[in-house]
Every structure is written in C-alpha cells, then in structure tokens.
Design a protein around this ligand. Structure first.
Ligand code: ADP
Ligand code: MG
Length: 340
C-alpha cells in the first residue's frame, strides 16, 4: 500500500558525551502501521515490552477489521446496546467531542463510506455520487449514544476509530512507561510521535515533520521542519499516507470529507497537531485536514488548547504562534505565523 509506512518523524541521536542511561529500542507492526519505542532508563526493556503489550491490547479492542474487537461488536450489533471497556468508551467520547467542536469534520460513523472506497480491504474503487449519497444517509456522529461502559449505534450504521485510536494507544503506552519509572522515551506510531519527558541530557527532543511533497524517502531532505519539544504529542494527517490511483489517473486518499463522501480536498496536504495527549491530537489532525486552513485557524483562535502546522497544496507552511520558538524550517517554503 503506497506510502503507508513512511516515517513521519525522525529522531536525532543523543550526544555521546557522559554516562548514558540504558536504552532499549523495539519496532513492530500494529494498528496498521509501523510502531517504534525508544525507551531510556533502568527499566527500559521491561517497560518497553509492557508498553508494546498495551498497544497490542488497544489494537485488539479498537481495530475495525478484527472481528473480535469491541468496535466490530458495536458494528455487528448496531441497533442494540453493547457493553464496552473504559478504553473504547473514552476514545468514542473524545471523538464525538472533537466532532462537535469541528462541525462534524471528524465523524466516526463514516465507515460505510470508507468501506465503499475500499480503504478497509485495499480493493479500491471510485464510488459513484449516488452510491455515496445513499451511504451518507447512514453517517451521523450525533446518532451514537455512549453511556457508562455502553455504546448504542442505530441499525445500519458502522463506526471506525482509525482517526483517533493510534493517539490513544500512544497515551496508554506513555502511561505504562511512566508506571515503570521511565522518564525519557519516544513512542512513534506511523504519523504520530509522542515524547515522554526530555532527552536524557535534559534537552528537548528534535521531532521532525515529514515534507508531504517528498515521497518515499527517509533522508533528512524528506523533513519539512524540526520541532523542539518535551512531553508532547505531534500527530500528522497527510494525503500521502494512504492513497490509490484511480483509472482516471487521479489520486484518492484515505481522509474522507463527511460533507460529500469524497477524499477531503480543502487545500491541505498535511496537518500536524501538537498538544498534550495523542488522543486529542489524533482526532484533531484528521478533522483539521478535512476543514482546511481557514476553518482550522478559526477553531484554533476560538477553542485553542493545541498548536498546529499546516502545509497547503500551494506549498505554504502555516504555524500557530505557540510554535515560533520551537520550529525550525528545513524547507524553502514560505512560513506564515498565525496569532491570536
Ligand atoms: P492515519 O491513520 O494515516 O494516521 P488519520 O489519523 O487521519 O490518519 O486517520 C485516517 C483514518 O480515519 C482513515 O483511514 C479512516 O479509517 C478514518 N477516517 C477517514 N476520514 C475520516 C473522518 N473524516 N472522520 C473520522 N474518521 C475518518
Ligand atoms: Mg487522526
């Protein structure tokens, strides 16, 4: 699948002077992407293994393609109330809150449309407008009811937590690492990078955001900028992450605009959200990608609570003012800073 496993961020090695604490690194495939854990400290190995187990547990709960997941149970039993874990409840609640905040740019009930395009199976096709309009009748995040460990979905509707589950898995992994006393780590899940603490020398992590115009490369020219951060989540949604080429020669990517059922086309090629939790950043990065720069700016001004970096299809970089001290441009694109 083209572009699916591109690293959205690269880490820079620690300086080699002084005594360094033990390091344990591991990489594996889960949540439909490549995941890597870079963990420092006495308990690094045990902690990393436990964090990996936690990510696999979240994947098992929330995968829409695993028939044994809670999400599949909710989908199979649409029309009835289903008992779910605290984890699934939490992710659904957060996604609905983001949907509310973004006028439905994020909509977890889009699954019937996502399936029609073939993004769930890899058997891609371009649906016709009428088919999409019919499927969109089954799309409405407001129809999802969440109670204490319960979810109700109207008959015929389907959910997909693909836009937010990786962020939550990152949060849970960080929390497990902390339980083991880890103070310095990077959890990287496809386009999501989550930093625990600072580097072992106390300096900020250098987290690189991929240049969406440079394809299939992991060299440094493939990065658009560096962000110097501690204790932060950096989540990117891009149209280069997963797409297919139609018989008409056009590219169709996997982030769908719930207003018409087509891949979002509002001028953004990549949307990066920087904030405290992976869950919020992940949900927002998908929503902001759909909304386009103007609406995203309005959301940032009115609601705040996050920073963002947008790359537009006319090759401009837009950054919010909170990033001005941490952002280093590596590209020749023009940078516009937006202020409150
Ligand atoms: P990635 O999975 O590449 O990191 P995202 O976090 O942006 O990217 O999530 C995209 C996934 O979310 C899609 O693969 C699809 O399953 C689902 N999705 C696509 N469009 C939307 C949307 N508007 N709202 C909610 N989920 C979406
Ligand atoms: Mg997302």
């Amino acid at each position: 699948m083209a572009g699916a496993f591109i690293f959205a961020a690269l880490l820079f090695p620690l300086s080699s002077c002084g005594l360094e604490p033990p390091l344990y690194e591991t990489g594996f495939i889960a949540m439909d992407t490549y995941i890597s854990l870079t963990v420092y400290g006495e308990n690094a190995e045990t902690a990393a293994k436990a964090a990996k187990e936690e990510i696999l547990r979240i994947d098992t709960l929330m995968s829409a393609v695993n028939p044994d997941s809670e999400v599949s149970k909710i989908n199979a039993m649409a029309g009835e109330t289903v008992t779910v874990s605290d984890d699934t409840e939490k992710v659904i609640r957060a996604a609905l809150k983001t949907a509310e905040k973004t006028d439905g740019a994020l909509d977890i009930t889009l699954r019937p449309v996502i399936t029609e395009w073939g993004f769930t199976t890899g058997e891609y096709k371009i649906p016709d407008g009428e088919t999409l309009n019919n499927l969109l009748k089954k799309v409405d995040y407001r129809s999802v009811r969440v109670g204490d460990n319960t979810v109700f979905l109207p008959f015929g509707e389907q959910i997909d937590l693909g836009a937010a589950a990786k962020g939550y898995a990152g949060d849970k992994a960080i929390s497990v690492l902390k339980d083991y006393g880890v103070e310095s780590a990077i959890v990287s899940l496809g386009g999501n990078v989550q930093a625990l603490g600072a580097k072992t020398d106390g300096k900020k992590w250098n987290i690189a955001v991929k240049n969406p115009f440079v394809e299939n490369s992991v060299s440094s020219i493939s990065n658009i900028c560096i962000l110097g951060l501690k204790d932060a989540a950096v989540v990117t949604s891009g149209n280069y992450e997963r797409y297919f080429e139609g018989e008409d020669g056009k590219r169709y990517h996997h982030i769908i605009d719930p207003s018409d059922g087509y891949p979002a086309d509002n001028g953004i090629v990549s949307a990066t959200i920087i904030g405290k939790t992976g869950l919020e950043c992940d949900a927002l990065s998908t929503a902001v990608f759909v909304m386009g720069a103007e609406k995203a700016e309005k959301l940032w001004r009115e609601k705040g609570g996050f920073e963002m970096l947008l790359v537009t299809d006319d090759k401009r970089i837009i950054v919010t003012e909170g990033l001005s001290d941490v952002f280093t441009n590596l590209s020749d694109m023009k940078v516009t800073e937006i202020r409150k």
